[in-house]
Write a new protein. Structure first.
Lengths: 191, 581
């Protein structure tokens, strides 16, 4: 009886020590789930989800304080991916957060009108606007994510939205239309 | 002599339609009114223009430089004047515009000075040969347009066992390689010897499909002339797609090129016959690549092969072949043209597009040939599995189709979508007429798009994180500066106090004695103002006999004014402070 208690007690303390050591030695820095969620978000940092950027939203999702359907730029795809990752139900995009825009857009500055106030530079979450006080500003188009955060602060309304143009490199084949015997467009699609 | 051949799985036998364009000899196409030369005629980055509008160029003069390693220069196909550098329609499935150099020929066809190396290619080492090939703008003429010089540079540690000359040309309708082998067999064999030297290959195999007996004969005769025992002409069975690089390598050597790999990894270099002839012209005559054989066939009156300068419009070639055939009211109306063959080519509605280095065939569809209009109504997949039987890459086309349709882009990659060569075999045999290849192309471009987006969002994340770091850093730097400034001020004050107390001790003077001359001046000024104010003191005259209400009003006004003054003073002070900051 005594020996049994002794053996179990020793075993328990040994395993306790191992576990305690492992908890310190293999401690994971940061929350890997947040990183994973952050990876799936489109990184526009637009704040349409109600959080000041993609990382805070990812943290909120990880803490289960936010739903997965609050990201309009990500659209359906992001909701799908998040649902997959977190094993949650797929939801419709929350209309309170905005609508999915069909087209990718970027902004450009009407350089004639710009007065060089630097307000847009301060608003840009990814430093994609260059310029100095009282100097004309311009947008680095290749970096612009189309979050449109620079538009409201502009005092002279010189920032405009334009769709991203398709180039030869980014041109895409269309998805074949679902054709059928009753679908008259199938003839037009015939190769 | 013939080595053992290996048959790849799959492939299909389809009507060839080749004899329609092989009956007449190849003639040079007329120099057109205008040559439009796209800057991107190859895989890799577009060339960079070297010329200016209005400049006169000679035939063979370099007009655009290679931009980077995977790129190729561009040469003027004839002498003339540069008319424009701008956007023109490209031979591309998107039908988009792209940068082109436009030359207005002067019809003198005047060559620039050339430096031929006739007969002495053996004295040049492989790297020198590669340089000449590269600067001659030679790219793979089989269709992909990969810069040839890169293909000839497998790296020092690789040994090339076999150099395969691809004369299989398996797609229906196309006959430009066939005609080239018939008419310029000697040049091809010469070019083959040069490439053999450049890649230090041990043996060469000229692979020709057995549906080109005349080409086989003429190639065999040419090989005999050169009496090189390491070159052999191998006749391979006609089956589509025997001419696809990886399939051809398997047929000849029995080796499979690894996934995402290149032929030199199995000790093979594969070259198209057209490319080989171009290498010969570049080395022996010093001529850059400025023209090629193009098959004009399909619904045209005189289908034939033409020797075409790059930049010639497809429309012009169709005219030179007698125009489109037709009967009834739509006589001669071109529905579309297909650049390349019916299996792997792409259709274009526009006819005024230039011939580029990779255009091997113009297939005209004017609603005449039944074969070109084979696509009928799409029906549901019946899971017959015919597509899997014919796939030359041993994929499961049906699975790929489902995944593409459902946009399951991760699953489709697990099923090796990117090994698909888009040969169109599955498409052809599908009893439900499902446009399978279109589904694969769509899935591929969707995956590329997703990859681009991921890359972009990664960059955005990085930039955002850096911005946050920068804002934090600026804030803390500012705070630090402020702290330092304050500390410095305090120190100075303490010093001042000390000094003044010292001075006090030393001089023992009265309290009113100014501490410093500046302070003294201020004090004096204040005294003066006080005195002045005293002198100017005005006593209000109508302050007697006021009612209580009036008195109250006066007091209110006075208070307000005093307040205002106070505010103004503090504002000014603040301004001064911020200015001094």
């Amino acid at each position: 009886m005594l020996s049994a208690i002794l053996v179990v007690g020793i075993l328990a303390s040994v395993f306790g020590l191992i576990l305690g050591f492992a908890a310190i030695r293999f401690k994971v820095e940061g929350d890997p789930l947040v990183e994973k969620i952050d990876k799936l978000l489109p990184q526009t940092q637009c704040g349409q989800c109600g959080y000041p950027g993609c990382k805070p939203y990812a943290e909120a999702i990880a803490n289960e304080t936010a739903e997965i359907n609050q990201c309009p730029p990500g659209g359906e795809q992001t909701i799908h991916d998040l649902a997959d990752l977190l094993d949650r139900d797929i939801l419709e995009l929350n209309p309170d957060n905005g609508e999915v825009s069909e087209e990718k857009t970027v902004v450009y500055i009407d350089e004639e009108t710009c007065i060089g106030c630097t307000l847009c530079i301060q608003a840009c979450p990814i430093d994609a606007i260059v310029g100095a006080a009282k100097q004309m500003h311009t947008i680095i188009e290749s970096e612009c994510t189309g979050c449109d955060l620079c538009i409201p602060p502009c005092p002279v309304d010189c920032i405009h939205i334009k769709p991203v143009e398709t180039e030869l490199k980014t041109w895409q084949w269309d998805k074949p239309a679902i054709l059928g015997i009753n679908n008259p467009s199938s003839k037009a699609n015939a190769r | 002599m013939m080595g053992k051949l290996f048959n790849f799985l799959g492939g299909i036998h389809i009507p060839q339609h080749k004899d329609v364009s092989t009956s007449s000899k190849v003639v040079s196409a007329k120099i057109p009114q205008r040559l439009i030369l796209p800057l991107s005629q190859h895989i890799g980055s577009p060339s960079k223009p070297l010329v200016e509008i209005g400049q006169r160029v000679l035939k063979g003069e370099k007009i655009a430089n290679a931009d980077g390693y995977v790129s190729a220069p561009l040469h003027a196909p004839t002498s003339g004047q540069i008319e424009d550098i701008g956007d023109y329609p490209l031979p591309h499935p998107s039908g988009m515009l792209g940068q082109c150099i436009v030359i207005k020929p002067d019809n003198k066809d005047e060559w620039t000075s050339l430096t031929p190396h006739a007969g002495d290619y053996k004295t040049l080492n492989p790297s020198e040969l590669r340089n000449i090939i590269r600067s001659s703008g030679i790219v793979g003429l089989g269709g992909a347009g990969f810069p040839t010089a890169i293909k000839h540079n497998p790296g020092p540690e690789r040994e090339i066992e076999t150099l395969i000359l691809n004369g299989s040309e398996c797609e229906p309708y196309i006959t430009c390689d066939d005609m080239l082998m018939r008419e310029r067999a000697k040049e091809i064999v010469c070019g083959l010897l040069i490439i053999k030297h450049a890649v230090q290959a041990k043996k060469c195999v000229i692979a020709i499909e057995d549906n080109k007996p005349i080409a086989i004969q003429s190639m065999q005769a040419a090989v005999k002339e050169f009496a090189d025992s390491n070159i052999q002409v191998t006749v391979i069975p006609t089956i589509y797609p025997a001419g696809s690089e990886k399939q051809l390598i398997f047929t000849i050597t029995g080796k499979e090129v690894p996934k995402n790999g290149l032929p030199f990894q199995v000790g093979v270099v594969c070259q198209n016959v057209g490319t080989t002839a171009a290498v010969y012209r570049a080395i022996n005559h010093g001529e850059p690549l400025i023209s090629r054989y193009v098959t004009v066939t399909g619904d045209v009156k005189n289908p034939k092969n033409l020797d075409v300068l790059f930049g010639t419009s497809a429309h012009e070639l169709i005219e030179q072949c007698g125009g489109a055939t037709g009967n009834g009211e739509n006589n001669g109306d071109i529905r579309r043209i297909i650049i390349g063959g019916p299996m792997m080519g792409f259709a274009m509605q526009q006819v005024a597009i230039p011939i580029i280095k990779t255009s091997n065939c113009i297939l005209v569809d004017a609603n005449q040939s039944k074969d070109l209009q084979k696509r009928k109504f799409t029906m549901p997949c019946i899971r017959c599995g015919s597509c899997a039987d014919v796939c030359p890459v041993n994929l499961l086309p049906q699975q790929l189709y489902w995944f593409s349709k459902a946009q399951e882009l991760d699953r489709i990659q697990e099923y090796n979508l990117f090994d698909c060569i888009e040969c169109g075999c599955c498409d052809t045999v599908c009893p439900s007429h499902i446009p399978l290849v279109q589904y694969y192309r769509f899935a591929k471009s969707e995956i590329w798009k997703r990859e681009r987006e991921t890359q972009k969002s990664d960059v955005a994340r990085e930039r955002h994180e850096f911005r946050q770091f920068r804002v934090e850093r600026d804030k803390s730097e500012k705070a630090e500066k402020l702290r330092q400034k304050k500390a410095a001020l305090k120190e100075r004050e303490i010093k001042k106090d000390k000094e003044s107390s010292k001075a006090l001790e030393n001089e023992g003077s009265s309290e009113t004695k100014p501490k410093q001359p500046k302070n003294a001046a201020i004090l004096a000024a204040m005294e003066r103002v006080k005195a002045k104010k005293k002198n100017q003191q005005v006593t209000p005259k109508n302050t007697d006999d006021l009612t209580d209400a009036q008195k109250k009003l006066v007091k209110e006004i006075d208070d307000r004014r005093a307040n205002q003054r106070k505010n103004n003073m503090s504002d000014a002070n603040q301004k001064n402070e911020s200015n001094s900051e």
